[in-house]
Design a binder for this molecule. Structure first.
Ligand SMILES: [Zn+2]
Ligand SMILES: [Zn+2]
Length: 162
């Protein structure tokens, strides 16, 4: 996707970013630090060139997770956003507005891979609308999550919108 502009941000919308130019290869990292930082089984990350990354609303807060690496996140909602090392910066793929465009191509830290990860695709699977309790839950749900596109102001006056 050379030259393409890709946007994204945290769940609450206080931090937004834009990448102008090609992304590196998408990856997942199984290392224990990435598991912790994402609260997840592994971390989905994509490398970006620093001069192609712009924070368009707010900026991340940081946790220095080692002497070499700091990790950026939204201090208001906790969304993991960056992995920043001396040799480069990577963004959390799930924070992009269109994460489906950034498939992972390589795995790192596989010595720490959790033993069930390779079996996830075979687990019993359910669609939300097939849950008998879903209609009532969904009927009056109000999302406060920022939509998957840039907004001129956020949060909207008068309540959430999509
Ligand atoms: Zn946030
Ligand atoms: Zn890692």
């Amino acid at each position: 996707m050379p030259g393409e502009t890709m946007s994204g941000g945290c769940q609450c919308g206080k931090v937004r970013f834009r990448v102008t130019g090609p992304l590196g290869a998408g990856s997942i990292c199984h290392c224990r630090m990435c598991q912790k930082a994402f609260g997840a089984f592994y971390a989905p990350l994509v490398a970006v060139k620093p001069n192609t990354l712009e924070w368009t609303r707010g900026t991340p807060a940081y946790f220095q997770s080692s002497n070499h690496v700091r990790r950026g996140f939204c201090k208001d909602c906790g969304t993991p956003l960056t992995y920043e090392a001396p040799d480069g910066i990577a963004l959390a793929i799930g924070a992009f507005d269109e994460p489906a465009k950034i498939p992972p191509k390589v795995q790192f830290g596989v010595e720490a891979k959790l033993p069930f990860v390779d079996d996830l695709a075979g687990l019993p699977s359910h669609r939300t609308e097939n849950d008998p309790e879903a209609p009532a839950f969904l009927a009056d749900i109000v999302s406060y999550q920022h939509p998957d596109h840039d907004t001129t102001s956020w949060p909207p006056e008068g309540g959430a919108q999509q």
